[in-house]
Each structure stands twice: as structure tokens, then as C-alpha cells.
Ligand binder design. Structure first.
Ligand code: HAM
Length: 420
């Protein structure tokens, strides 16, 4: 029989990785509290139309990467979410979350894209996303960039991550740029690949996302959005840059940065690292002032960003991994007729007293159980035999420091193990 395997590009989180994931999630929750963001959880499945409308029909994600299927029970066309912004905006509109003003929201969870798997690129991956709905000013863009910088510091990654920013301007500058791009690519039609030719009149900006090395030089010389920005967009961008400079956050303006999703305008950015090879973007986002209106809500300015958890964890692993885990307080060894019942009760009572306890299950000799106690890393072995069970007392032996085994009543044993 063939061996069962996980779906390609989808990973198990194994117990050995749990400490790092938990550390990351704990830091993230605390960091978000520090900025007053509220958690939102949305379903993993949405109607396909949501992503088509939000991300754009002519994008890599919508054209090539979505897990879309027909629900065989009712014929609905559904998609495993490839990102979180669309769902967040859908939920905000559906539940009228903005009725009493702007909202700062965040989410964490799995996303799905049918890309070619490689290091740092998976078909199921995880994002932490942050969205601020109802804020028009560049102060919120700056807040988000400062948040990023603070998080990298708290995760010990500050020296590995650099910021690149750009402005895509508003609708008019984009329309002008679009026309320039069409003229430019028409003049080089012979050099366009099939994707680019198809996108030429539908979404020429997306030609700039090409991963085809043969088109690299052509794309690098294409007209730049930056050159089309109007005064308002430039002023917004200047204020964002000023905010970064005030905060002492180094950055590079990258006029080629256009992002792969259609909903952006004005500020866009990516936090990138050179340590992860080709998949170096660990976090990305920007402003999307048109999206809420486009999805049927009242026109509402907004901006946000999302980070790739697997990529950040890979960086953290390089930078030293998880901080040491708190050890177990006690490992309960039990040998003898009828002792297992007493051991079960004793372990529960120790947990009632607030201790972290592993109970040995499955029998075995005293020697082999003591070996397991040692391997568990527990600070104490609680040793129970027939004598202890009869007396209702515990044998307590320190495992990580000098000291004799003592026989104690339950409360005294708990107090001793808690003390140091
Ligand atoms: P995105 O750039 O498509 O933006 O994804 C954000 C981050 O998710 C990437 O920078 C990367 O770290 C991670 N990521 C994306 N695809 C994969 C993959 N296949 N495997 C591993 N990690 C991946 C968005 O999704 C926007 N919703 C961000 C945003 C929020 N913009 C405004 N608000």
C-alpha cells in the first residue's frame, strides 16, 4: 500500500517546532496589544467572487494560484482564502464594524496558494495580518511601518530585515502610468511572453510582476509610476518618509515595487531579507483606499500589511531559535500493585496546586521509569510505591540538584516543588 502523505506544499507543525511557533505567537499578541489592535477571525473558505473582485481578475493569485472548487452539495463556487485582506473587509462590511468609527484589526491563520513549493514558499502558509480601516492620513502608514520595526526588534531580527517602500499614487496617476506602460510594451511587443501579451490591455501593471528572467531587462526599463505621481500623492509619500526618518528607521525607495494585488494605491512596502534566498519578503502591505467601496461598503480609506509566519520562523531559527522552555516540575514514577490509581490522583492533586506534571503511564521497572523521568527534563521525580500509596504520601527526589529523596504529605510535597 502506498504511504499516506500530506498534500504537497502543506506542512505539519511538529512538536519540535512548537516552542518557536508559540514564542512567535506570544510575542505577536503582546505586540498587537501594545498598539490597541483587535483580533478578527474569518472563515478559511469564501465565495470565489470576493477574491476576484478584491485582488483583481488579472493577477497571478487569481489566475493561477487559487484553490477553487464547486461545493458538490449545493453548487456554490468557493475558494480557500489566498490572503486575509479581502475577508477582513468583507466581514467589516457585512457586520457593519465601522458604524462607530475607524477600526484597527488583526488576524492570524493559514492561507492557501497553489504555487510551486520551495524553501519559504508553501501551498498552505500562515500570515499575521494587520488592517486599519477608516484612516486616510499618512500617520497610519507610519504607524504600520513603526509596528514592523518594533516587531523585528522584539523577535531579534532587526539586523536581518530591510524596508523598501514606494508610492503607487491615486487613480489618475495610475491611469496615466497605465497608458505609458501600454505604449512602452507595444513598442517591444516581440519581447513579451504569453502572460505579458495577455495582460497588455487588461492589466499592464501586472506585467511588472513577471518571474520570467527573459523579461527582466525590459521590465527594469519600463516607465515608473513614481514619475507620474500628482502633488497630493507626493505629499502623502513625503510625510511617510519623514515619519520613518523621525523614527530612525532606514529604508530604500524602490520605484519598481508594485505588489502583486490590484487593490493598492499610494504607499506600498515590503520588508525583505537576504537570508532566505529567493523568498526574501517576510512582510508586505500598503494602502488600499478603494477596496471597501469596491466590495460594496461606504467609501473608506484603509491600509494594512501581512507577514509570512514560516519565513519569519526560518529567520528566527537562524538567529538562535526559541528561548529555553520552562521544564516540567515533576515526573510521577509509579511501581507496584494498585499504585497506578493513587498516582493518577496524586498527579491531579499536584496540578491543582499549580504544578506542571507528567504522569508515567504504561508500567515498567523502577529503573526504566527513572530514566524516563530524567529524559523528561522534570525538576523532580515523584516516586510512588505500595508503601506510599498505603500512607497517602509522596516520595520526592530532586533531579537537577543535589538532595536526598524525602517522603512527604501531598501539600508539603507540592510546596517543596513549587518553592525553588
Ligand atoms: P502578500 O505579499 O501576497 O500580501 O503576502 C504577504 C506575505 O505573506 C508575503 O510577504 C510572504 O511573507 C507571505 N507569503 C505569501 N505567499 C506565501 C507562500 N506561498 N508561502 C509562504 N509565505 C507566503 C498579502 O497577502 C496582503 N493581504 C497583505 C496586506 C494586508 N496588504 C494590506 N493588508
Amino acid at each position: 500500500m502506498t504511504q499516506l502523505r500530506a498534500v504537497r506544499g502543506m506542512n505539519d507543525m511538529l512538536p519540535a517546532d512548537a516552542a518557536l511557533w508559540n514564542h512567535f505567537e506570544a510575542v505577536v499578541r503582546d505586540w498587537l496589544k501594545g498598539y490597541g489592535y483587535q483580533e478578527l477571525r474569518t472563515p478559511i473558505l469564501e465565495h470565489t467572487g470576493l477574491f476576484k473582485r478584491a485582488i483583481g481578475e488579472v493577477t497571478d493569485i487569481v489566475e493561477k494560484e487559487m484553490y477553487t472548487f464547486e461545493d458538490s452539495l449545493n453548487g456554490e463556487i468557493l475558494t480557500l482564502r489566498p490572503e486575509g485582506t479581502a475577508s477582513c473587509v468583507r466581514a467589516a462590511i457585512e457586520h457593519n464594524l465601522l458604524f462607530d468609527g475607524a477600526k484597527r484589526l488583526w488576524y492570524m491563520g493559514p492561507m492557501f496558494r497553489h504555487e510551486r513549493p520551495q524553501k519559504g514558499r508553501y501551498r498552505q502558509f500562515h500570515q499575521v495580518g494587520v488592517e486599519a480601516l477608516g484612516y486616510a492620513g499618512p500617520d497610519l502608514d507610519v504607524e504600520h511601518l513603526l509596528m514592523g520595526a518594533r516587531l523585528w526588534k522584539r523577535l531579534g531580527l532587526a539586523e536581518f530585515v530591510q524596508l523598501e517602500i514606494n508610492s503607487l499614487g491615486g487613480a489618475e496617476s495610475r491611469a496615466r502610468h497605465r497608458q505609458r506602460l501600454i505604449e512602452y510594451f507595444e513598442a517591444h511587443e516581440g519581447e513579451l511572453d504569453e502572460d505579458a501579451r495577455r495582460r497588455l490591455y487588461t492589466n499592464p501593471l501586472r506585467i511588472l510582476d513577471t518571474k520570467n528572467p527573459a523579461m527582466e531587462a525590459l521590465v527594469a526599463a519600463a516607465p515608473r509610476l513614481m514619475d507620474e505621481l500628482d502633488a497630493e500623492a507626493l505629499a502623502h509619500f513625503e510625510t511617510v518618509r519623514q515619519g520613518l526618518e523621525d523614527a530612525g528607521i532606514p529604508y530604500r525607495v524602490n520605484p519598481r515595487l508594485v505588489r502583486g494585488l490590484d487593490y493598492y494605491n499610494y504607499t506600498v512596502y515590503e520588508w525583505v531579507t537576504e537570508r532566505l534566498g529567493a523568498q526574501g519578503t517576510v512582510c508586505a502591505g500598503g494602502r488600499y483606499d478603494g477596496l471597501v467601496g469596491q466590495l460594496g461598503g461606504k467609501a473608506t480609506p484603509a491600509c494594512g500589511f501581512a507577514m509570512g509566519v514560516e519565513r519569519l520562523l526560518a529567520l528566527m531559527a537562524e538567529a538562535g531559535g526559541a528561548p529555553p522552555q520552562e521544564p516540567l516540575d515533576a515526573y510521577v514514577v509509579n511501581v507496584g500493585a494498585g499504585v497506578a490509581r493513587f498516582a493518577l490522583q496524586a498527579a491531579e492533586a499536584l496540578r491543582d496546586a499549580g504544578l506542571r506534571v507528567a504522569l508515567h503511564c504504561g508500567g515498567g521497572s523502577f529503573k526504566s521509569q527513572m530514566k524516563k523521568a530524567d529524559a523528561s527534563g522534570a525538576r523532580y521525580a515523584v516516586i510512588l510505591g505500595e508503601d506510599e500509596a498505603r500512607a497517602g504520601e509522596l516520595g520526592v527526589k530532586p533531579m537537577r540538584m543535589e538532595g536526598e529523596q524525602q517522603r512527604l504529605a501531598l501539600s508539603a510535597a507540592a510546596a517543596l516543588m513549587k518553592k525553588d
